[in-house]
Design a binder for this molecule. Structure first.
Ligand SMILES: Cc1cc2nc3c(=O)[nH]c(=O)nc-3n(C[C@H](O)[C@H](O)[C@H](O)COP(=O)(O)O)c2cc1C
Length: 191
């Protein structure tokens, strides 16, 4: 698969369409190295990767459930259990964080967060190239301080997402190549 093939054909695979096994150690490291080659203003290397797999997924589920209970005491049992089950939906979950230097002299915080987002996208592409299904999900568990602290992310970190990665159990329909019609303009100057 060429890089262009991967760029044009990558599709997200919902965790509902995944099974085990997840990527092996060496494959995870390859994905993370691809992530760490993302564009990076100032070479700040803002990305942080937390690998959650095996029994740690259930522990993260317990953290999601506790966090939901704390921020939403009215949540019912089904809602709490749904939170608990989230990390179990894929064999490997990667939490991608950005360590953001809020007062950096030249590199704005948005650039630092975007660099971590670019790392996440590189990881999705690497997962696809290695034959795995992957999907980038965010939601409240990216921003909840209880969850962030449990994952080792302090107030200097943003969590840009959870990447769910596993074997493709059900192949999603391919998407058509993007039509640039509404996306592209050629600029010839102001006015
Ligand atoms: C920053 C970011 C956050 C996302 N969060 C969610 C999410 O919480 N739930 C969801 O269903 N899709 C989310 N998505 C979208 C999916 O990851 C996926 O890109 C989308 O379903 C389109 O599928 P495709 O990647 O095959 O085009 C997010 C995407 C990005 C870039």
């Amino acid at each position: 698969m060429t890089v262009i093939d991967a760029l044009l054909n990558r599709r997200s695979v919902s965790p509902r369409m995944m099974s085990g096994p997840g990527p092996a150690d060496a494959e995870i490291d390859l994905m993370l190295k691809a992530g760490a080659r993302a564009a990076d203003h100032g070479r700040l290397r803002p990305w942080r990767f937390v690998v959650i797999r095996g029994e740690a997924r259930a522990k993260l589920g317990d953290v999601f459930a506790k966090a939901r209970t704390l921020r939403d005491p009215g949540a019912n049992a089904a809602e709490i259990e749904k939170e608990r089950g989230k990390p179990m939906r894929a064999p490997v979950v990667l939490a991608v964080g950005a360590r953001v230097i809020r007062d950096h002299a030249t590199v704005r915080t948005i650039d630092q967060t975007l660099a971590a987002g670019a790392a996440a996208q590189n990881i999705l592409l690497a997962a696809f190239a290695l034959g795995y299904g992957a999907m980038w999900l965010t939601g409240t568990n990216c921003y909840d301080p209880v969850v962030k602290a449990a994952l080792g992310f302090d107030e200097d970190h943003d969590v840009v997402g959870y990447l769910y990665i596993g074997t493709v159990a059900e192949i999603p329909a391919p998407l058509p190549v993007e039509d640039l019609h509404d996306l592209k303009v050629e600029w010839h100057g102001p006015g």
